[in-house]
Design a protein around this ligand. Structure first.
Ligand SMILES: [Zn+2]
Length: 161
């Protein structure tokens, strides 16, 4: 039987399929880990429905735990309340920034993603707010492509909610 700490350690090794610098714990996809006499229950909430990576995450967690020899585990997916970018940890935000992806700006619960230019996005390189959305879809469907008008660099904005 693995301890909860061990399970969390294994989950830290499961990267996000789209942004490999952050793991499923950084993103807040893993809601809880319960270990009891019946086995281990990992509860996850996928990032956003319609994100093609959603199914991959569950499979990746399953393969990682199997690879580590964890037996008798279950992965439960809950969709409500829905995942929001607020669940991304401080550590996760720092890693995204280092990777050159602008972390989501504060709460996304206003559901403004359907509007053309939802909010001010800071350039991850020079912190300028003088940025412009080039395309709603960046390198993956979860990211939008922006450019910075000050340092002229394009960057991805993580827009999943
Ligand atoms: Zn810039």
């Amino acid at each position: 039987m693995n301890s909860k700490e061990e399970i969390l350690g294994f989950l830290e090794e499961v990267p996000d399929p789209e942004i490999p610098v952050v793991n499923v714990l950084d993103l807040g996809i893993v809601r809880s880990v319960e270990v009891n006499a019946d086995g281990t229950l990992v509860t996850i909430t996928p990032t956003y429905t319609g994100c093609p990576a959603t199914h991959i995450i569950e499979d990746d967690i399953r393969s990682k735990l199997t690879e580590k020899g964890v037996v008798n585990f279950n992965i439960k997916t809950i969709l409500s309340p829905a995942w929001t970018t607020d669940w991304i940890s401080e550590e996760g935000r720092r890693k995204l920034k280092e990777y050159g992806i602008a972390p989501p700006e504060e709460s996304t619960s206003d559901k403004s993603r359907l509007s053309e230019n939802p909010k001010v996005v800071h350039c991850p390189r020079c912190k300028s707010t003088n940025t412009e959305m080039v395309s709603f879809f960046g390198s993956t469907p979860c990211k939008a492509l922006y450019t910075c008008s000050d340092c002229k660099e394009p960057f991805d904005y993580f827009k999943c909610l």
